[in-house]
Design a protein around this ligand. Structure first.
Ligand code: 5GP
Length: 193
């Protein structure tokens, strides 16, 4: 097991409805030493890509993205969730369905902060059905930028997102891939990588 899998095994809590709670170290309280190891690992895995921007989505991707950005010496842009349909043409927009909150959000990025010269590494905490990622990918593509890679902390391998995104040809790296989890006895199994 790698460092993240070990931490998930130790402190992750399996909830009903295929939800893994990692809020003691990843997306509520945040362990920055762990994030630094994640940044180092993403830098290793995307070493040859000419990345000049990190893109994530609020809220829980932001913390990880900021630490990862240090390793790439690149700025972070985060897509904002917006209920408003009052979009004034200054924004790229995508529709994203939230797996955990079961609602649809528009996500927006200002045209000022993403464009054709951008070589983007997309970072997020979780990959489940891939809806959040599809939204971010469409925003980069509308901006004329290039998705150089996608770095995910925890992929739920039993949901369809990972397969879909890899089949589209993207370089997707997940630090931990959960193959199965059981809310009754709390067991989590990881895919060998
Ligand atoms: P997707 O769009 O891939 O279905 O879901 C990705 C988003 O849903 C992530 O950004 C994350 O915030 C949230 N998410 C999905 N599954 C889980 C989970 O098991 N636990 C937690 N804490 N968040 C999740």
């Amino acid at each position: 097991m790698n460092f993240l899998e070990e931490r998930i095994q130790k402190d992750g809590i399996v909830k009903e409805g295929n939800v893994l709670k990692v809020d003691s170290f990843l997306n509520h309280q945040m362990d920055i030493s762990l994030f630094e190891k994640m940044g180092e690992e993403f830098k290793r895995r995307f070493a040859n890509a000419p990345i000049n921007k990190i893109l994530t989505i609020e809220a829980s991707g932001i913390g990880i993205a900021c630490i990862v950005a240090k390793y790439f010496d690149a700025p972070v842009v985060f897509a904002k969730k917006s209920k408003s349909i009052n979009i004034d043409g200054e924004m790229y927009v995508a529709e994203v369905e939230s797996f955990t909150h079961k609602c649809k959000n528009q996500v927006i990025v200002s045209k000022k902060f993403l464009g054709p010269d951008d070589h983007v590494l997309i970072i997020d905490d979780f990959l489940a059905n891939g809806c959040a990622l599809q939204g971010l990918i469409s925003i980069v593509s509308n901006a004329g930028g290039t998705v150089e890679g996608i770095g995910i902390a925890i992929e739920k391998g039993f949901q369809s997102g990972g397969r879909t995104i890899r089949n589209l040809g993207y370089h997707l790296e997940s630090l931990a891939i959960v193959d199965s989890m059981d809310a009754e006895n709390g067991t989590i199994t990881f895919r060998e990588q």
